[in-house]
Design a protein around this ligand. Sequence first.
Ligand code: BGC
Length: 741
Amino acid sequence: MTRKVGRDGFSLTSLSAALLTASHAWAADASVQRESPDQRAEAVVKAMTLDEKIALVHTPFGYPLGDTPKPEGAIGSAAYAPGVPRLGIPALQESDASLGVTNPYDVRPGDNATALPSSMMLAATFSPALARKGGEMVGTEAHAKGFNVMLAGGVNLTREPRNGRNFEYLGEDPLLAGTLAGNSIAGIQSKHVVSTTKHFALNAQETGRVMVSSSIDEAAARESDLLAFQLAIEKGQPGSVMTGYNRYNGDYASENRFLIKHVLKGDWKYKGWVMSDWGATHSLEKAARAGLDQQSGENLDPEVFFGEPLKKAVQEGRVPEARLDDMVTRILRSLFAVGAVDHPAKTADIDYAAHAEVARAVAEQGIVLLKNSNNQLPLSAKAKRIVVIGSHADVGVLSGGGSSQVTPLGSVKVPSPYPDNSFIANIVYHPSAPLKAIQAEAPNAQVVYDSGEDFQQAAQLAQGADAVIVFAQQWTAESVDVKDLSLPDNQDALIQAVAKANPNTTVVLQTGGPVKMPWLDNVPAVVEAWYSGSKGGEAIASVLFGRVNPSGRLPITFPQDESQLPRPTMRDPATTTSNPGEERKGLFSENYNIEGADVGYKWYEREGKKPLFPFGYGLSYTQFSYSNLTAHVRGSKLVLGMDVTNKGSLTGIDTPQFYVSNTDAQDGFTSRLVGWDRVELKPGKTRHVSVTVDPRLVARYDDKANAWRIAGGYYKVSAGANAVERPLKAQVQLTEKYLAP
Ligand code: BGC
């Protein structure tokens, strides 16, 4: 064994000896803190007993489940593992998720939290800075509630617009999703709380999520979903990665040697720990060998594989002790790296008012104005009579269901279409009523509300009003996909009836992802407000009345209808299960090679399909124009630039976008987003924006060489407002190059 010497001259061996005798006060010892997280983890592992190690690598639910009570020491959350108090290692208190600190089944009675808007809405801001701020907010609340691991960081690409969890993810583009996920992870971890990224990988649908195998060729996966993870991990350095429920090319994600050992820990040199999803561990030796480090939500698995069975396997040499040490080292290293040991999570006051402002900022900038004929919006504050219809706009804004469900104080629950499924039995409205916020924007108006249940009655009320705002909703949730892209519950008919009664009708959509709009030609204005979180109502009203100039851009393509999708029909959910533990009912696979790496807008371009609204699209109350596209190779970097001008009469924020394609080459590719900027411009002003392109975005993955390869030749550069409107064109020559995987 080599003896490494720390910077202060302590040898690690003497450090471990000190650990054995000293109490956990060692953690606060400044000389120990100067050791690297790797050194500290290694030293602690040396001092741990076999039982202590085993106790860290499997977690039960942190709340009562069936006959199993809440584990002793758990605060009450998704999962818990006892720490090693004698060595100063805190218990793992793990909570969901990206949108805020959850409180499943009210296990911590009355404990509320700030709800960020959906991740899809965050993606619509195209703002790494807001992602970081949101992460800091969630990390602060988690820490102050006693949590040191957040199961945040969902980054699966939207391959299936009907996926019930799209709201937890960041859209269809790997650069956008990876960049934003990385920033929110970094934000959480800056508060001494480990963040996760999940669900690794290709966990693209909820229908049969525990049965499905995602079939896709390596190169296509590397250029799409895996790239999103790779970018998120590089940027955010998450302490843990959670595998998906699904199988990937035949093997469950939690025991997938290719995904974990080869790609994540091999090619990407990932140093954190890999946890399974809840009840998604299927084996002991296969999983341990593939690189799984922690069995999570073990109550749902047929066995606590990583408990007594793992101990026995280590004692019998079937799993090398070094592998167990590696599991534990990875967990401890991540705790040290984010400061979870030196700055342990503990109860503290939370400034909910300040945190709600973070949620508001994301919501205000993530709202996407989809249509605005004849300047229907902004609405005049002088309107005399305003009619608000539908979606419980009198009580709050919609949120998505499942494990990520956050419940701010004053949330209102209504029964969901799944009343017998306690996990998603309720639809939760966050307490930021649009009705109240609209009244506040137009204090002298008579603002009236109708539920929209009887659309003749709603249409009658709408007649003659100065403005009518119909709130339409699509509730989505973990474990269930939506059956199609129609607004449910006859809302299309409601909108048609109201629009016929009053031409000044604005539709505000609250959806997890795209929906069809058969009424689009009949309404002058449409606003996509997603699931808008703790201050959603206020944010929506600010945009409707123009106090905020809308600046959100679609992070996903809105199709005309399902026939445009790579898989027009979905498997009947009745023939599948999404429940862990029931997966043996019938395995099946889903062919993601149809679109391959061409997810979302790339598919539409490749197939020559015209979507309803393209990726990157969104209007403003002002207008922007683009000029002077430049494309240079500087050193080995491709640098692109353009000028953006605000040619309207209001200050506004634009998101100019750069794309590169290489359709002439044999191994070419359709347009890919390679960079963007967000600029706020006063009327008449011009700003030059430029981006340096990540070379992997102009490469193809060569799976024979196990490397990225940039083909030599000419590439098309284009720039503009979205994936379809790119008025600026240029060419640039690149030389052949191989890059590390
Ligand atoms: C979800 C995970 C979540 C876990 C713990 C699972 O159902 O897929 O995203 O973190 O539960 O609540």
